[in-house]
Design a protein around this ligand. Structure first.
Ligand code: SAH
Length: 245
């Protein structure tokens, strides 16, 4: 199989440190990231300090795109993977992560473009921001102290993506579902869930569905079966509702 040729967009949310930002620009150059988006940075992204720490990666600083929201930063990418040191319990479906290696070797190569999203040095990403993404990536580390410095976390994840983009990978035996078919299944199941699930539980159910589909993801054949079933389910629920009126 050919190495993965997808685009990688680095998304940094609310970055607070100039030194970190400089180091990250350097990493973006080291690992040939295509784009760097900054969502509401808390420092001047074009400061001398940032450029100094970017060293020969300073040209990446000139390419920084500053945006006002995570939605804007994710526009146009097929897969959004967010990152956190915090892993959830069984009931916390937002925090069931994959490793950077699994992201790079198995998940990212199915998409033409991916965004990797990193949080603030102080408080990381909010739950809403995590829910907005398709999946969560955690770098396994000492459970007593798993939180890495932001730029170090970026380095590890970009390194894994770099290996996957440059190396030869074993051929995959079956075709997997593509981004469009996952979206189609998700939106049908979401329509059904909206009719079946209590208002307060709905966000959790939608997040679970989303993360489950994108983490798996199903084979193309499984996706087609799931799509037919979801279509029938959504239709049956709509007919039932119409009959009641
Ligand atoms: N106190 C914050 C720590 C944020 S560290 C918190 O509790 O979330 C800053 C960012 O670095 C995180 O938002 C995440 O993007 C990244 N990061 C740090 N450690 C990580 C780890 N072990 N796995 C994945 N990302 C990590």
């Amino acid at each position: 199989m050919q190495p993965w040729r997808g685009r990688v967009r680095l998304v940094l949310v609310g970055t607070e440190g100039e030194i970190n930002l400089g180091f990250i620009a350097r990493l973006a150059a080291n690992f040939a990231v295509d784009e760097v988006y900054l969502v509401k940075p808390r420092v001047d992204p074009w400061s001398d300090e940032v450029r100094r720490f970017a060293a020969h990666g300073a040209y990446m600083v000139d390419r920084f795109q500053v945006v006002e929201s995570l939605d804007e930063a994710l526009r146009g990418v097929e897969l959004a993977a967010c990152t956190s040191a915090r892993v959830g319990q069984r009931g916390d479906v937002l925090r069931h992560p994959v490793t950077p290696r699994r992201l790079a070797e198995e998940i990212a190569p199915r998409y033409r473009s991916i965004a990797v999203v990193f949080g603030r040095e102080s408080v990381g990403l909010t739950r809403d921001e995590i829910a907005r993404c398709h999946l969560l990536v955690t770098i396994p580390a000492n459970p007593e102290y798993p939180v890495l410095n932001l730029s170090h976390a970026v380095a590890i994840i970009l390194y894994e993506l770099w290996l996957a983009r440059s190396g030869e990978k074993a051929a995959k035996p079956v075709e997997e579902a593509n981004a469009e078919s996952l979206e189609r299944i998700y939106s049908l199941l979401a329509r059904a869930a909206e009719r079946l699930v209590d208002r307060e539980r709905l966000p959790q159910v939608l997040a679970a569905l989303r993360h489950l589909l994108w983490r798996c993801p199903p084979t193309a054949g499984e996706a087609s079966v799931l799509y037919q079933l979801a279509k029938k389910l959504a239709k049956a629920l709509e007919e039932r509702e119409a009959g009641r009126q």
